[in-house]
Design a protein around this ligand. Structure first.
Ligand SMILES: [Fe+2]
Ligand SMILES: [Fe+2]
Length: 192
């Protein structure tokens, strides 16, 4: 992408998301840990990646709202509490991996009602597909769920984080001896 096109694209991006980036509530996500970085950094990365994807699709003649994609990307993880706190809830389907999309959507309507619409709502609510079983309805939503997975790939580079992400505590992991089973499985795979 040429410098001029990139500058124009970033200007366009900022015009869509300025109220979110300037909001104190959104800035608070700088202190929410998200695997290797903050929820703020993660959301910005997802939003920009999805926005650039959408731009490429638009250039190919595919109809997509870049504005919806930019906003949904920033708000897809706009949940109220850092996920490690939430993972203390003992109910399995209340664990962060299953519940935070609905929490983020509710919060997005609370703080940015003027920016929300049904497509952004769908993108936020369904970004955890396939963990949340309902698949995204619109192209914008698919852009968010894909970008989120690409940006979140670092989680899969640290497999010990995964059980906690879906809500299995450190203590349960120790009780189940997850590490032993992991090494056993690795040994078996080497034998095949
Ligand atoms: Fe998420
Ligand atoms: Fe995310």
């Amino acid at each position: 992408m040429k410098h001029k096109e990139r500058t124009a694209l970033l200007k366009e991006y900022y015009s869509y998301v300025k109220p979110i980036l300037q909001s104190a509530e959104f800035k608070r996500r700088r202190s929410f840990e998200h695997h290797q970085d903050s929820v703020y950094d993660h959301s910005l990365r997802v939003s920009l990646k999805a926005f650039k994807f959408a731009h490429q699709l638009e250039k190919m003649g595919i109809s997509i709202s870049k504005k919806n994609v930019a906003i949904a990307g920033l708000l897809h993880d706009f949940y109220t509490r850092p996920w490690r706190e939430k993972s203390l809830d003992p109910r399995f389907f209340k664990k962060h991996g299953f519940s935070h999309a609905a929490d983020a959507c509710h919060n997005a309507y609370l703080y940015f009602p003027e920016l929300m619409n049904d497509r952004i709502e769908d993108a936020i609510l369904r970004h955890m597909f396939p963990l949340n079983i309902k698949p995204p309805k619109y192209l914008e939503s698919w852009m968010i769920t894909l970008s989120d997975k690409i940006v979140s790939f670092e989680v899969f580079l640290h497999p010990s984080e995964l059980p906690r992400y879906v809500g299995i505590s450190k203590e349960t992991m120790q009780k189940l001896n997850v590490r032993r089973w992991y090494h056993k499985a690795k040994e078996l795979l080497h034998e095949i």
